[in-house]
Design a protein around this ligand. Sequence first.
Ligand code: IMP
Ligand code: MG
Length: 176
Amino acid sequence: MKIKNISVYLTEEQVEQRVRELGAEISAVYGEEPVCLICILKGSAFFTCELAKRITSPVELEFMSVSSYGAGTSSSGVVRIVNDLGTSIEGKNVLVIEDIIDSGRTLSYLLENLKTRNPKSLRLCTLLDKPERRVVQVDVDYVGFEIPDKFVVGYGLDYDQRYRNLPYIGFVEIEE
Ligand code: IMP
Ligand code: MG
């Protein structure tokens, strides 16, 4: 499959504006309490960093990478932790930051796993949500944008590891 075109769906300004709003909303919830942000690599790296800058509560940054087996544009349901957290989250306020929730499989697995580590609170923030695609139910606390069932790239999201560095979010048109 080859990419024919990428059309802008959310501009850099739209994304930045929404990230500021989310930052304010999240800061109001945690107040002066520390919050541990868990960035799910690689897709949410850009979003996590930008969001962290807009949170005024004390922030701790942690990273984790998971892989859903299988290439292409959908996840298989088999999730593996490739790189685990370097620290304990017991007793902490944890906010998981994801790029996009599609079937919900990755996040439902991950949240169950994190729950067993006894955080004080566990919430989920995603930049994008494709509710039409949901196979497994996931409770999402903060959503940047709900989007239709189309494949997107940019602002951290990739197609075969490319286009993560686009400053906007675009729809991908595949050459038949
Ligand atoms: P889920 O387990 O099906 O919810 O898959 C979530 C993961 O699939 C995300 O973290 C992304 O890595 C990937 N993904 C799903 N939809 C897209 C998309 O439109 N563009 C890029 N990656 C996507
Ligand atoms: Mg991802």
